[in-house]
Design a protein around this ligand. Structure first.
Ligand SMILES: NC(=O)C1=CN([C@@H]2O[C@H](COP(=O)(O)OP(=O)(O)OC[C@H]3O[C@@H](n4cnc5c(N)ncnc54)[C@H](O)[C@@H]3O)[C@@H](O)[C@H]2O)C=CC1
Ligand SMILES: O=C(O)C1=N[C@H](C(=O)O)C[C@H](O)C1
Length: 266
C-alpha cells in the first residue's frame, strides 16, 4: 500500500477535526501539512486538543503547496476559500478532494477545465455520507414517476451556504429526468417573500437553519392520492468519513473531475 501524503485545509473545523481522526487511524494516510486561518508555523500537535500529528500549519495556502510535497488536498473550509484552495492544489500538482460546498456553477466549470488542462484527478462531493448519496439516487428514480417535488434541507445554524450542496446536487440529478414544470396553483402569490422557497425549474427547495440540527434532507414527491418521502438524517459527522477515505484513495487513479460520490461507489 502506497502512502498518501495529505494536506488538510480546515483542521480545526467540525469536519476537519473528523478528517484528522480518519487520517490518524488510516495506516497509509500521512498528514504532511495543514492550511488554517491562524497558527502559522506551529505544529498541529502544539495546539490543545489536537492529535499528536507532526504536520506544520500554514496560513498561506500558496506557500503550503509550494513547500510541502503532497499527493492530495482535503478541503473542508468555506465556499470562497475552498475554491481558491482547489485551484491552487491543481496548479501545484496536488489532487483535490473537496467536501466544501457552495461553489457556483461557473466555479465548477472553471475547476473542470483546470483539471483537464493539468490532467489531474479531482473529487468534489457535496455529501460524503453513503446514505445521503442513496437518498439522492432514489430521488432521481422517483422523479421519473413523480414530477411534483419539493426538497426540504435542514442544517445547523452555522452553515454558510443555502441551499446546501446536497440539495443542489439532488435537484441537478432530478432535473436529469424531470422536465421543467411550475408546481402549485398557477395563481399562487407569496404574501411573505420566500414562503414557497427557491424555485429551481418549478421544483421548490426550502432551507431550514436551526441550532441542534446537523444535516438532514427530505425529498417529498406528490402524486394523485399519494406522497412519497425520501429522507436522510446525519447524527454524527463520522458518517462522512468512509466517503472521504474512498475519495482520497480513488482520486489518485483519476485524471478527470468527479462531481458526486455516487460516481465512485461500486
Ligand atoms: N461534503 C460533505 O459530505 C460535507 C461537507 N461539508 C462542508 O464542509 C465545509 C466545512 O464544514 P464544517 O466543518 O461544518 O465548517 P466549520 O466552520 O466547522 O469549519 C470550517 C473550517 O475552515 C476554516 N477556514 C476558514 N477560512 C479558512 C482559510 N482561509 N484557510 C484555512 N482554513 C479556513 C475555519 O477556521 C474552520 O476551522 C462546509 O462547506 C460544509 O458545507 C460539511 C459536512 C459534510
Ligand atoms: O454544512 C454541513 O454541515 C453540510 N454540508 C454539506 C451540504 O451542504 O450538503 C453536506 C451535509 O449536508 C452537511
Amino acid at each position: 500500500m502506497n502512502t498518501v501524503k495529505i494536506i488538510l485545509a480546515g483542521p480545526r473545523g467540525k469536519m476537519g477535526s473528523e478528517a484528522l481522526r480518519l487520517i490518524e487511524k488510516t495506516e497509509n494516510f500521512e498528514l504532511v501539512g495543514c492550511i488554517d486561518r491562524k497558527h502559522n508555523g506551529m505544529k498541529l500537535k502544539d495546539l490543545e486538543g489536537f492529535p499528536a500529528l507532526d504536520a506544520e500549519i500554514y496560513t498561506n495556502a500558496e506557500e503550503a503547496f509550494q513547500k510541502v510535497d503532497a499527493d492530495v488536498l482535503i478541503d473542508l473550509t468555506s465556499p470562497e476559500v475552498g475554491y481558491k484552495h482547489t485551484r491552487l492544489a491543481l496548479e501545484n500538482g496536488v489532487r483535490p478532494v473537496v467536501g466544501t460546498t457552495g461553489f457556483t456553477k461557473e466555479q465548477l466549470v472553471e475547476i473542470e477545465s483546470l483539471v483537464e488542462q493539468k490532467e489531474l484527478g479531482a473529487v468534489i462531493a457535496p455529501n460524503f455520507a453513503v446514505g445521503a448519496v442513496l437518498m439522492m439516487q432514489f430521488s432521481k428514480w422517483a422523479a421519473k414517476y413523480f414530477p411534483d417535488v419539493e426538497i426540504i434541507e435542514k442544517h445547523h445554524d452555522q452553515k454558510l451556504d443555502a441551499p446546501s450542496g446536497t440539495a443542489v446536487k439532488t435537484s441537478e440529478l432530478i432535473k436529469e429526468v424531470r422536465e421543467a414544470k411550475n408546481q402549485g396553483h398557477p395563481d399562487e402569490k407569496e404574501t411573505i417573500q420566500g414562503a414557497r422557497g427557491a424555485n429551481d425549474d418549478g421544483m421548490r427547495i426550502h432551507s431550514i437553519r436551526l441550532p441542534g440540527l446537523i444535516a438532514h434532507q427530505e425529498v417529498i414527491f406528490g402524486g394523485t392520492g399519494q406522497t412519497l418521502t425520501i429522507k436522510h438524517d446525519t447524527y454524527h459527522r463520522q458518517s462522512f468519513m468512509s466517503g472521504v477515505k474512498l475519495a482520497v484513495e480513488q482520486v489518485q487513479k483519476l485524471n478527470v473531475l468527479v462531481y458526486g460520490l455516487e460516481n465512485l461507489l461500486e
